[in-house]
Design a protein around this ligand. Sequence first.
Ligand code: GLN
Length: 501
Amino acid sequence: MIRDLHEKLVGGEITAVGLTEKYLQAIDTKDGEIGAYLTVLREQALEEAFFVDEQLKRGETIDLLAGIPGAIKDNICIAHVRATAGSKILDNYIAPYDATVIGKIKGRGAVVLGKTNMDEFAMGSSTENSAYQKTKNPVDIGRVPGGSSGGSAAAVAAGEAVWALGSDTGGSIRQPASFCGVVGLKPTYGRVSRRGLIAMASSLDQIGPLGVSVEDVAIVFSRIAGFDKKDATTAPSGNDKPFEEYLTGDIKRLSIGIPTEYFSESLDPRVRAVTDQTLERFKTLGVTVKEISLPHSQYALPVYYIIMPCEVSSNLARFDGIKYGMRVNDIKNSFAHTNGLLETYLDTRRVGFGTEVKRRVMLGTYALSAGYYDAYYLKAQKVRALIKRDFEEAFKQVDLIFSPTTPEPAFRFGEKGDDPLKMYLSDIYTVTANLAGIPAISFPMGTIEEGLPRPPRLGEAGRSESKAGGKALPIGGQLSAKWFDEETLLRAADAFEKSFK
Ligand code: GLN
């Protein structure tokens, strides 16, 4: 889609301002229902588009992403724009600078339409934890879009943005991509700068792109990846050409591993059916499929839900009513009884944070406290090392590893909201990539018909009405690759996608 739009821009068939207006209009007509955006940057977007049109008029060459409108998750800072991270505690927070990724895409002339809704501080799998609004799944508005980057995925799926940026700490790009029938990439840890990303769990967080095709995702990814001297965890890219240029469609000689642990008896038979068809298709493309084992993957979810809250409790300590955002200091509401410093901290956090955030701050503080640190945090870190080692071993045998992205398609609002453990199970296939730091992509692999036992058909993602009359809900396939091997990952997902054309 980006390439087509680019060609139309360059060929003079459309203008960047016209294209941006079209997307702003789509937001006007659809977003009242979908609720993908928290902030729309109308004037700014049109101004960015205007510059691209000026460049074109002068006959300058423009980048593939120039003039193409996208959306940014609200935990990524844009200078002088509100950044709430979905939390009341940052209700009035205006970012003082551009995140590195924003500087990079702006440098290419990309147009930013606005900031998207998300679970508070990226904690959740349905975007229901946003302090502001519900985002609905454009495929079926009775269902959640997934989370925490639910606003970004819904914006792309609803045609309210061409591409979007999200962040992924345990699946927050891939899971909503799976639920909304779009493509989402979590890059290798360290491949994309996180400077200007409001931190959730720093050893797991990564920024990544969402789009309607693998190529679109590759195009955006190429433009945000690379070393940043202001983020000490980033590494030099090492690639000699942009990722979209690796998408040759030829994946013959590649091998894909199927972890036996992920395909147990308990896997939903409908999900299994789509998965099997996907593997068959990969085989017809010349890929060899092999069984592999990730023996420690059974511990991934408990390990994630120890390490992540520990880092959350430490990262969120900065929201104290003094340094950022809102301050609650009027509980006693009289001059004579002005709150002390500690009360200000406590009142601000009590009022500013939502339930899920408080739960995780408490869990993390507990796990890190003296006497428990060794039993929980240190132990979890050791198991994390074993999980990582499983992948090192697996990637000696295969190029890629395949699984469903999520154990089920999008669920209904309220279905898991009251039961955090149920919600956490949504992340069962995604958290391991973050723990190990490897890249992983979710791409639409088929649909599942709600309430109907018949095996789903492939290639139906995005179509909401099935022939049998039920809702056909998209579900994503997940491929993961070796550290810094996004190239193979994108190439394989792209070949799969193209095989339907
Ligand atoms: N759903 C996961 C969680 O609640 C992942 C969140 C994320 O990746 N930001 O922690």
